[in-house]
Design a protein around this ligand. Structure first.
Ligand code: CTP
Length: 327
């Protein structure tokens, strides 16, 4: 376990545990885990006020601090022992914030509102059938979670998926490309960053029959093109940064470069969906992130990592714009 954890959180941390950590005593599960792990350690002490203020405890805290342990300071107030003063366990929000910082998750998207589209769309054929694609929504949901962790407000417009959206995202569920277009255009004025991971249907059936179609020989469906949501965003956007995804099976770089220009995007994330095991309906992805200034290859990794790399590129573009506006 010591090798597999991302962080060790001790909440609440007693005076005894702090003393053992400081001295390297390893005579039970928790203290052994502390000595054996190289992951960041966060402790949120809670104890009687006199124990907290005792020179021994303060000295132990000093040792741990010097060693890089994050101490989430206790709050002050009425304590379970009947005394009043510092020693109350810190609020959850403070513990979470300290942990994210210890993990190196910066809040570099604080103040931004990120509008993300995710998943497939469904176009009705008749009351029981529809046209759709293999998108699982995982890439978009990973981006939503990553943007939230980096401090952004997240508006998630999602086609039908089997996933639970991040609790803090503001979710608008949609089904068809046309519903996705309406929701995106409604939310666009609130957004400062738009990321379009959704695999939007390119064709729809204009007037699907009201009754279930019966089988009778070969069937020809007449399809009308859907509206290009990104095209509409490009026409209406003000200062938003817009990032598109390109799902390609051939000539990826050329097609992505063309879409970057033709859809007036600030960046495009090229997904080679012809490769087995990455992209559509998979936990991993391998992409190329193209902006006007750089092309970054992200070899096969988790969608979570890809999401972080896309957001890194977004933050670099934001910083560049800020520097230009100051110059
Ligand atoms: N997209 C969109 N509206 C559509 C179709 C696609 O906004 N009706 C967006 C997707 O969300 C994605 C980007 O456009 O961010 C590229 O999607 P893709 O399917 O790769 O490209 P298309 O524009 O559909 O072009 P083609 O199918 O010819 O490759």
């Amino acid at each position: 376990m010591a090798q597999s954890i991302d962080a060790l959180l001790v909440v609440p941390a007693t005076a005894d545990v702090l003393a053992k950590f400081a001295q390297g005593v390893a005579n039970d599960f928790l203290t052994t885990l502390y000595l054996a792990t190289t992951a960041p350690v966060v402790v949120a002490p809670a104890m009687n006020v006199n124990m907290w203020e005792h020179a021994a405890t303060q000295q132990n805290l000093g040792i741990l601090r010097k060693r890089g342990v994050t101490i989430v300071e206790p709050g002050s107030g009425y304590l379970a022992c009947g005394m009043t003063g510092p020693g109350r366990l810190a609020e959850n929000e403070a513990v979470v914030a300290a942990t994210l910082q210890a993990l190196g998750c910066s809040q570099d998207l604080a103040g931004e509102t990120v509008l993300i589209t995710a998943g497939p769309t469904r176009e009705k054929i008749d009351p029981v059938r529809y046209l759709t694609n293999r998108s699982s929504g995982r890439m978009g949901y990973a981006l939503a979670e990553a943007a939230l962790r980096r401090g952004a407000r997240v508006l998630l417009v999602s086609g039908p998926t089997a996933l639970n959206p991040p609790a803090a995202a503001e979710v608008t569920p949609v089904e068809t490309a046309s519903q996705m277009l309406d929701s995106v255009l409604r939310l666009l004025p609130e957004a400062s960053i738009v990321i379009k991971t959704a695999a939007v249907a390119d064709y729809t059936i204009a007037n699907p029959p009201k009754q279930k179609m019966k089988r009778s020989g070969p069937l020809i469906l007449e399809l009308d093109p859907t509206q290009d949501i990104l095209g509409e965003i490009a026409r209406r956007k003000t200062s938003q940064l817009v990032i598109g995804f390109a799902a390609e099976t051939e000539n990826g770089l050329d097609n992505a470069r063309r879409k970057l220009a033709s859809k007036s995007l600030d960046a495009i994330v090229l997904n080679d969906v012809s490769r087995e095991g990455v992209g559509f309906d998979s936990d991993s992805n391998a992409v190329t992130i193209m902006t006007k200034d750089e092309t970054v290859d992200v070899p096969e990794t988790t969608k979570w990592d890809v999401a972080q790399r896309v957001l890194d590129a977004v933050v670099r573009m934001k910083q560049k714009l800020l520097a230009l506006s100051r110059a």
